[in-house]
Design a binder for this molecule. Structure first.
Ligand code: G3H
Ligand code: 13P
Ligand code: ZN
Length: 327
């Protein structure tokens, strides 16, 4: 411990343990929204207060480099206090998304994160186990919870690009959970990161997620918290606005909401959403600038983006994840 070390409880944050216990028994999922800047975090807080939803605010390695680790710590503390001043004592967890090394996880834990993901999914199985175990040992001594991953999602996860996905092997999950001591497990059942999740030919519809694999996993580790990454729906209204106002996003498509509802009602108790928020922000900024080309006050166009993000997040909490009213 050095003088820069802060424990998450001093920032008013919570780890995922209680959140997941309630979500698993209650048949809903805790939303995990990525953020990089002030407006995104304000929107998450406002939407979660207004829907009375517990929330995981998550930061990737890239976001941490972008925002600065010290700034982030105080932003998270600000989120907790802002919610309290709005009259809601929301459980807020600050989580590292896709941690790729022990050192990064340790640094986040030491700077006040209440939860970390160690993503060893690209490593050979035994190496994934060893790395995850090492992070769990450090984290649990400090009451920080840990998410591990088995199976590979297609798409981009920070600097790692996977062309194709490898589904989670149900026969590995029990051994992995037992050997590592993780608190939750991210799995691969057909989702992928980013705005181009499925390459569809004319007339084709989105293939369903592999709920059969999820069922197999649930049978082997009943009640264990499962995490779904790459779960943006890629809201078509935003894609259309982006294309209408000078953007170019051809063939952007995501996971249909009814599949996410089904997942949220199962052992999936954390659903990660980043791309939908990015689309909402980009669509509204493009629209604002096209309609008011003389405007140069960032508060105007960022304010419009933030307002849209609030409605998107409220909709997710209320109509997709089922987390509204569960704070
Ligand atoms: O899984 C990836 C997240 O959407 C974070 O993306 O690494 O570009 O911040 P990022
Ligand atoms: P999306 O790209 O589908 O929003 O997924 C985000 C994610 O999984 C962050 O870890
Ligand atoms: Zn992810």
């Amino acid at each position: 411990m050095n003088e820069k070390t802060v424990h998450f409880s001093d920032l008013g944050l919570v780890n995922t343990r209680e959140l997941f216990k309630k979500a698993v028994t209650g048949g809903y999922a805790i939303p995990a929204y990525n953020f990089n800047n002030l407006e995104q975090l304000q929107a998450i807080v406002v939407a979660c207060v207004e829907t009375s939803s517990p929330v995981i605010i998550q930061v990737s390695k890239g976001a941490r480099n972008y925002a600065n680790e010290t700034m982030l710590r105080y932003m998270a503390m600000g989120a907790v206090n802002m919610a309290r001043e709005m009259g809601a004592d929301l459980p807020i967890c600050l989580h590292l998304d896709h941690g790729d090394s022990f050192e990064l996880c340790k640094s986040c834990i030491d700077s006040g994160f209440s939860s970390v993901m160690i993503d060893g999914s690209h490593l050979p199985y035994e190496e994934n186990v060893a790395l995850t175990r090492k992070v769990v040992e450090y984290a649990h001594e400090r009451d920080v919870t840990v998410e591990g991953e088995l199976g590979v999602l297609a798409g981009i996860e920070d600097e790692v690009v996977a062309e194709t996905s490898t589904y989670t092997k149900p026969e590995e999950v029990e051994d992995f959970v037992k050997k590592t001591g993780v608190d939750s497990l991210a799995i691969s059942i057909g989702t992928s990161h980013g705005a181009y999740k499925f390459k569809l030919k004319e007339g084709e519809s989105v293939p369903p997620l592999r709920f059969d694999i999820l069922d197999e996993i649930e049978k082997r580790i009943p009640g264990f918290p499962i995490v779904l990454h790459g779960a943006s729906s890629v809201v078509q209204e935003y894609v259309e606005l982006i294309n209408k106002y000078g953007g170019k996003m051809d063939g952007a498509v995501g996971v249909p909401e009814e599949q996410l509802r089904k997942a949220a009602a199962s052992a999936v108790c954390k659903i990660n959403i980043d791309s939908d928020g990015r689309l909402a922000v980009t669509a509204k900024i493009r629209e604002y600038m096209a309609n008011d080309p003389g405007e140069f006050d960032p508060r105007k166009y960022l304010g419009a983006a933030r307002k849209e993000l609030v409605s998107l997040i409220k909709h997710k909490n209320e109509a997709v994840l089922g987390s509204a009213g569960k704070a």
